[in-house]
Design a protein around this ligand. Sequence first.
Ligand code: SAM
Length: 358
Amino acid sequence: MLSHPTAAITVDAELFAPSGALADTRGRLLRDLRISVIDRCNFRCTYCMPKSVFDKDYQFLPKSELLSFEEITRMTRLFAAHGVNKIRLTGGEPLLRKNLEVLIEMLAALKTHDGKALDLTLTTNASLLAKKAKALKAAGLQRVTVSLDSLDETVFRAMNDVDFSVADVLKGIAAAHDAGFALIKINMVVKKGVNDQDIVAMARRFKGSGHIVRFIEFMDVGTSNGWRMDDVVPSAEIVRMISAEMPLIEAEPNYTGEVAERWAYADGSGEIGVISSVTQAFCSTCTRARLSTEGKLYTCLFAQSGHDLRALMRSGKSDEQIAAAIGLIWNQREDRYSEIRTEETARTKKIEMSYIGG
Ligand code: SAM
């Protein structure tokens, strides 16, 4: 098993009692928590979990190392007290985590600092969505994001590298829609020379469907995907390509710190989003924390080390002490990786996305 570097944690229950408005060194409030519920995935997307690294000998975490549903729920409650109002379950492939709907039910019972329901969302490759959509909805999941990198069977099968078909992902999306999920988001990671020829077809396919395609710039997460700046198709270029056929107008963000920049179709038939982590860094409004599969807290997707909250839980620390530790970690947060990214920094050792959660 890979060992992931851990940063020291100070625990002082006197400090940082949750106020619902925890700020970091740049005044960014803690608002979102992404939780990786499993480090395994049944896809081997070449840009995320390439087979050359994640092969049959790769040591994933044993079950005892994963946070239990009770531990995840406890952590979420403490983060909510600090002001988190949005939870995204991810991985790995989150639907591979057995009985995920039980966790969702537990999380759906929690409240934000000001007594509202948490915004509970999931990112999935949709391979198990047709089977699970109804149960997820019934458990209280509010929204779903599906990853789909191309509508071209050959391209998509090559990218997921396990021969999974586009048709089956589309079945998963349809099942989610039938189960009552509205405004499904569809994530397409764009890599130059691999699937950029499919951008316009993807936009065309979902225009007017009520779903929102979000085009994501290929990022240098982890160290195993061989990222190069030359592989990135800038979002501005993506918008230009789509707009040439289906005119787009820039739309206001739904809220401060929204990751995707919104573009609406001029004819009123919906919108797309672009996520420009590489060409237009949005660190200055980043309100996201990440909890890894084994309970380490990361304050940036591109972090090199995390803070071991599981160790605090399993050594019997109180809610107050753990909340204080979270408070101190966030309060000291300085991360702004995307603002300082270069070809050089891209080569530094970083945590893999499958472990930290996408
Ligand atoms: N298995 C789930 C899925 O496929 O959606 C959740 C985990 S996956 C790591 C979450 C998202 O991260 C997916 O939309 C994936 O395409 C995206 N992703 C992974 N590696 C990426 C990279 N290097 N650059 C940009 N997005 C990436």
